[in-house]
Design a protein around this ligand. Structure first.
Ligand code: NAP
Length: 323
């Protein structure tokens, strides 16, 4: 196990297997991982673990990986399949929390909350002025959702309460009341806020680049709650410098963590938070519980509640006792 999990959540796993917990804190060095995974058949991994063919070659006893996140861009899923490794992840249990984070970021960016807070803390809160510190409105803004999946749908549901027309793009049409599926260019041109909620893979890496940012309105905001490399960081810095977009709000960045002297941190209209999209206690406990359930189910030959399609198949159920 690559990180701390509360003991009460681990109990079913302790009952099902011999468990070893990495207690070194922080990122597990590759050599340590290989050493500690030797002889293990299951691994509860984190998104900070790089899981590739090179690693899998060195841990031949591994049969199942259960990752405590929904995003699996750190895992070479094809290599897992080739190595016969079944993968589980934690969809659904963090969806609503991450959609809340998207809305928090949108509201903060559009209503300039970080700028206002910095001004107050700097002692620059002057007399009330009806024309001071104006912004656009969140309600009524057109929201463009890139990647209409579980989280995209939860964001679209919240948008209805804010009277926000919704445009979306995804490879297949979704049944979303009142939302209009358009091509990415039309979405970028027509949205006051663009929120990125697609998975990171070879197809989506850099999908919001220079050409895409150039299509956005100069008052529009870019919000990324998915994965940093979906957005070309240099292109975003250029757009913010040239003021061709209104601002950005980023839960995820490329690189992560963002160094303190990174250009993105030099813009008052670029809000950056440290990958906290699902960081509430209930969501994290739900993710940990599901990650544990995946391993327990696998160990019993039962269907994993969060099996990742594309990885090795789950063990066939043992029907020998059935008549
Ligand atoms: P999901 O249900 O798989 O939704 C992603 C959607 O993106 C899919 O429905 C897919 O629809 C669409 N998509 C895939 N490729 C696309 C493309 N090339 N262009 C446009 N749309 C595309 O996943 P989810 O649970 O909503 O999570 C989405 C991502 O958010 C995760 O992969 C993860 O990386 C990230 N995430 C981040 C945090 C955080 O802490 N910031 C928390 C949770 C999740 P089609 O198949 O129809 O294209």
């Amino acid at each position: 196990m690559s990180d701390f999990i509360p003991g009460d959540i681990l109990e079913p796993l302790f009952a099902a297997a011999d468990v070893e917990v990495w207690d070194g804190g922080g990122h597990v060095p590759r050599a340590t991982l290989v050493e500690r995974l030797a002889g293990c058949s299951g691994w509860l991994s984190m998104l900070s673990d790089t899981i590739d063919a090179g690693l899998l070659d060195q841990v031949p006893d591994l049969e199942v990986i259960s990752q405590m996140s929904v995003g699996v861009d750190n895992i070479d899923v094809a290599a897992c399949r080739e190595h016969g490794v079944t993968v589980g992840h934690t969809p659904d249990v963090l969806t609503e929390t991450t959609a809340d984070t998207a809305f928090a970021l949108m509201a903060a960016a559009v209503r300039r909350l970080p700028e206002g807070e910095a001004l107050v803390r700097a002692g620059a809160w002057g007399a009330w002025d009806p024309w001071h510190f104006l912004s656009g409105d969140l309600h009524g803004s057109t929201l463009g959702i890139v990647g209409m999946g579980r989280i995209g749908l939860a964001i679209a549901r919240r948008a209805r309460g804010f009277d926000m027309p919704v445009l979306y793009t995804s490879r297949t049409a979704k049944d979303v009341p009142d939302a209009v599926r358009v091509g990415i260019d039309e979405l970028l041109r027509g949205s006051d806020i663009v929120v990125v909620a697609a998975p990171l893979n070879d197809e989506t890496r850099g999908m919001i680049g220079r050409a895409q940012l150039a299509l956005m309105q100069e008052t529009a905001f870019l919000v990324n709650i998915a994965r940093g490399p979906l957005v070309d960081t240099s292109a975003l810095v250029e757009a913010l410098t040239a003021e061709t977009i209104g601002g950005a709000a980023l839960d995820v960045t490329d690189p992560e963590p963002l160094p303190p002297d990174h250009p993105l941190l030099g813009f008052a209209n670029c809000l950056v938070v440290p990958h906290i999209g699902s960081a509430t206690l209930p969501a994290r406990r739900g993710m940990a519980r599901l990650a544990v359930s995946n391993l327990v189910a696998f160990s019993k030959g039962e269907p994993m509640p969060g099996w990742l399609p594309g990885s090795a198949p789950q063990p066939a159920p043992d029907l020998s006792s059935e008549v």
